[in-house]
Write a protein that binds this ligand. Structure first.
Ligand SMILES: Cc1ncc(COP(=O)(O)O)c(C=O)c1O
Length: 466
């Protein structure tokens, strides 16, 4: 509940000035859309989707302050006023000295790793996001995930399941002495269910890195959501603002990569921010090769303005309270009906546990993918599978079931209201009610890599529903 109010309803902390209609379709139309798309939601047209929870990245609504900032965008090639606005915002929020804009998060990763990581190195992270892993591996290095073991148990309710395993980090830094150029911590831990990392854990990671003389970087995409969880859950932090907590988080690191498409509240953009002068100089040289001059980094001046404003808005307590609560609220609706999902609900998404939801569908018939199709067919809701389609194919071409069969419902920022969430709850409950009739899939064609984007499927038993 917001402080200073006797009311318990947490309302959207905004009113709507511009609206974008969403299109209702019939079940028959959705059935056709699925058939046309080879039963792959990535291949369904966005206008055939009613509630789009495919990702929270770049899909948010901007504020009137961001739009008015954009009108003041300075499009000068070098030394644009908009860059200095962004630089000030990032410095105010993170405390880092050097700010290097990029077109999105993965460009910041590429530049950081090109500047620091060599063949044969190891980069530990609580859990690498897939582009982060790909960039580390592209350098010929090992991307090592070191989450706390509790982070891999979907049903366990703990406040900081995104934490890094500090003992495992200590072992890695000892065993791989001289071959670990940096340690990363992802806040919140996206691939680990959007779970937060505590300040206490960050401090312990920092101390371990310091003892071994290894720099620490944050993958800061969802830094504001992480700060809110710390404010809510970490002993002694309730009286501190998300802004103060975020500054503490950043003060424990030597730099960060950022996708401004998340807690930058923008539709595109990112940055790399670092303290080390020599590293900043190397990174800027890399930047010029692929992204552009260091005062625009592949972005328009108006994008820089949108991020400069958005970073501050992401730290507003009223906004964060509404955002985190929307997802928790859906979790409550599902709990009341016994629908299995990962707990506690994360900062940007709710993850349905398809292995338990559809226990009669074997991994070879892709239960999580099937569940995501059922949500679309019944209610026009688009989600994303994180299961055996995404991770099942092994480098030697064989198939191995993924560790978990999850359906991620990622919430775009400031886009949907409580009635959308109520509707979503109804759709999930309806699909849960018909779960025994849902049948699995067969993959009919797939590319060698990143197959989830373009693979095609057909029902393995004639139709999706018995
Ligand atoms: C934790 C994390 N790191 C990095 C990225 C990459 O950011 P971008 O999509 O802007 O390249 C993402 C995007 O989803 C992410 O969630």
């Amino acid at each position: 509940m917001p402080p200073d109010t006797p009311f318990k309803t947490i309302i959207e902390p905004f009113r709507i000035k511009t609206v974008e209609p969403i299109r209702f379709t019939t079940r028959a139309q959705r059935e056709q859309a699925l058939a046309d798309a080879g039963h792959n939601l990535f291949l369904v047209k966005a206008e055939d989707v009613l509630i789009d929870l495919l990702t929270d990245s770049g899909t948010g609504a901007m504020s009137s302050a961001q739009w008015s900032g954009m009108m003041q965008g300075d499009e000068s090639y070098a030394g644009a006023r908009s860059f200095y606005r962004l630089e000030k915002s990032v410095r105010d929020i993170t405390g880092f000295k050097h700010v290097i804009p990029t077109h999105q998060g993965r460009a910041a990763e590429r530049i950081l790793f090109s500047s620091m990581v060599n063949k044969g190195d190891t980069v530990p992270n609580n859990t690498h996001f897939d582009t982060t892993r790909a960039h580390v591996e592209h350098r010929g290095a090992v991307a090592l995930d070191l989450p706390v073991p509790e982070g891999r148990q979907p049903r366990l309710v703990l406040p900081f399941k995104g934490n890094m395993d500090v003992a495992a980090l200590e072992r890695t830094l000892t065993e791989r002495k001289g071959r670990v150029p940096l340690v990363m911590v992802t806040v919140t831990n996206n691939s680990g269910g959007g779970q937060p990392v505590s300040l206490e854990n960050l401090r312990a990671v920092r101390a371990t890195c310091k003892r071994h003389g290894v720099p620490l970087f944050l993958d800061a995409c969802r830094f504001a959501e992480n700060a809110w969880f710390i404010h809510q859950r970490e002993p002694g932090q309730a009286g501190r603002s998300p802004r103060e907590i975020a500054l503490d988080m950043f003060s424990l690191a030597d730099g960060c990569t950022m996708s401004a498409k998340k807690d930058g509240m923008a539709n595109i953009g990112g940055f790399l921010a670092v303290n080390d002068e020599a590293l900043a100089a190397r990174a800027k040289n890399e930047l010029i090769l692929t992204e552009g001059f260091p005062t625009y980094g592949g972005l328009a001046g108006y994008d820089l303005e949108a991020i400069a404003v958005g970073l501050h808005e992401a730290l507003e307590p009223d906004y964060l309270r509404y955002r985190i609560r929307s997802i928790e609220y859906l979790g409550g609706v599902l709990d009341a009906a016994g629908v299995p999902h990962m707990k506690p609900t994360g900062g940007h998404a709710l993850y349905l546990d398809a292995s338990e939801f559809l226990p009669h569908i074997p991994p070879a018939e892709f239960p999580a993918w099937t569940l995501s199709l059922a949500l679309y067919l019944e209610g026009g809701v688009r989600s994303v599978e994180i299961g055996s389609v995404m991770f099942g194919r092994q480098p030697d071409g064989s198939e191995k079931p993924a560790a978990m069969e999850l359906v991620r419902l990622a919430f775009p920022r400031r886009v949907y209201t409580q009635s959308h969430v109520d509707y979503l709850g109804e759709v999930i409950l309806r699909v849960h009610g018909m779960r025994e009739r849902i049948r699995g899939l067969r993959m009919t064609e797939a590319p060698e890599v990143l197959r989830h984007f373009t693979a095609r499927f057909e029902p393995a038993h004639g139709s999706l529903l018995a």
